[in-house]
Write a protein that binds this ligand. Structure first.
Ligand code: PLP
Length: 417
């Protein structure tokens, strides 16, 4: 076992994510503690002025145990990044203050003013708004939105010499469209375009980098942290991209400052060892709910990639890591906003099935009407294009309580509709 906790740019082994993560965590803290150590200092000293000068010239750095300032690089955050890189099978990773800061920093790193992105039209509302409004208005970076399932449309949307990023979610929020990561990566790479995948909905289930993606981003706020109490993000990818993002003079992580607190990095590190177990629980219960729901009411419009009738059911099966299932989120289309609200009210207040809330990955079930919450940034036309109906209720499936108890709570509320 290594005594020191920090190691940068380790080439992650191509193992299944849980094994790679366990191997990456098998290290001791500074005083032989069985947890990683927290380096809380925001600034670091040097053995002499020459060493300080060389650090700022980039001649020495974390590989030789030299740090400058924690907005630039902090050993504890680097250590968490090393673990997340192992899970995603990327060369390296770094953690940020939120999922949105991870996404915006990657896009700003890979695109210059006048640049162009091709993105899936079904994205988390914040990412959609970033690409639709913020980046064109502030940076003259424009986006063409495409149907990510239509490979020809994706190919045709890429403008040679101008498009630098193809951006999509591995499983889309909230419409649960599964992206064909290997094929999309081939198409993009043939045109010199980098593939950036938001894997927030599918940690452990999918490993986009192993399937061809260049960069993987996460909202750690969801499954990875798992207790709906943390806002954090991660950027996973090759060292040349992630290191440039941390460049002390030019990198967006340094200049825009979306810095994670090292105490939070320690806390997150303590939760990822059970991410694998939690993901299996979320997936198993989601599958059980949708199966029972289809039996309860065959006319109920249930959306879940685990159902055989889901258009990308086989695709997800072919890409996913062994033993994880099809994700912890399903949707029910209640057709109207009124019926969606009624169902959620009953499920929260009459039968205690879950909570109304916009996040996901919590151990309790969270429900939201996507059109008027997480995707309310889209106008009606954009929602229609993205396939987000006004009555779509997204369920992030929790695993507390017994299935029988929770199912009886669901059926009680549903029978009152
Ligand atoms: N990506 C997806 C798929 C999300 O659902 C969200 C938030 O809901 C984000 C990114 C943004 O993450 P954060 O809230 O951590 O900034």
């Amino acid at each position: 076992m290594d005594r020191k906790t920090v190691n940068v740019g380790i080439e992650s082994k191509k193992e299944v994510p849980a094994e790679a993560l366990a191997a990456a965590r098998h290290q001791l803290g500074e005083h032989n503690g069985i947890n990683m150590s927290i380096e809380a200092s925001n600034t670091f000293t040097f053995k002499d002025s020459d060493a300080m000068n060389r650090a700022f010239l980039g001649e020495v750095g974390p590989k030789t145990g030299i740090y400058i300032y924690s907005r630039h690089l902090n050993p504890t955050i680097l250590n968490l990044g090393r673990q997340i890189a192992a899970m995603e099978g990327t060369e390296t990773a770094y953690c940020t203050a939120s999922g949105m800061s991870a996404i915006s920093s990657v896009l700003l790193q890979l695109c210059n003013a006048g640049g162009h992105v091709v993105a899936a039209k079904t994205l988390y509302g914040g990412s959609h708004a970033l690409l639709t409004h913020f980046l064109p208005q502030k940076c003259n970076i424009t986006t063409t939105f495409v149907d990510i399932v239509d490979l020809e449309e994706v190919d045709n949307a890429m403008i040679e010499g101008k498009t630098s990023v193809l951006y999509f979610e591995s499983i889309s929020n909230p419409t649960l469209i599964v992206a064909n990561i290997p094929e999309l990566s081939k198409i993009a790479h043939a045109k010199g375009v980098k593939v950036v995948v938001d894997n927030t909905f599918a940690p452990m289930i999918l490993s986009p980098a192993k399937l061809g993606a260049d960069v993987v981003v996460h909202s750690i706020s969801k499954y990875i942290s798992g207790e709906a109490d943390i806002i954090a993000g991660a950027v996973c990818g090759p060292a040349d991209i992630v290191d440039q993002m941390r460049d002390p003079h030019e990198g967006p992580l340094m200049l825009l400052g979306p810095t994670m607190n090292p105490k939070l990095a320690f806390e997150i590190s303590g939760r990822i060892p059970h991410l694998s177990m939690r993901m299996k629980k979320h997936c198993k219960r989601a599958m059980k709910y949708v199966t029972k729901m289809k039996e309860l009411d065959p006319n109920l419009d249930v959306l879940y990639p685990g159902l055989k009738e889901h258009p990308q059911h086989s695709l997800l099966k072919s890409m996913s890591n062994k033993d994880y299932g099809f994700g912890g989120v399903f949707c029910i289309d209640m057709k109207t906003e009124g019926r969606a609200y009624r169902l959620m009210d009953k499920l929260q207040n009459n039968s205690k099935f879950g909570f109304m809330g916009v996040s996901l990955g919590y151990y309790e079930t969270l429900m939201s009407c996507s059109s008027s919450s997480t995707n309310s940034m889209l106008d009606n036309k954009e929602k229609e294009i993205a396939g987000i109906s006004p009555g779509l209720v997204r369920f992030s499936v929790g695993y507390v309580g017994t299935f029988e108890q929770k199912w009886s709570q669901f059926t009680k509320a549903y029978s009152e509709m």
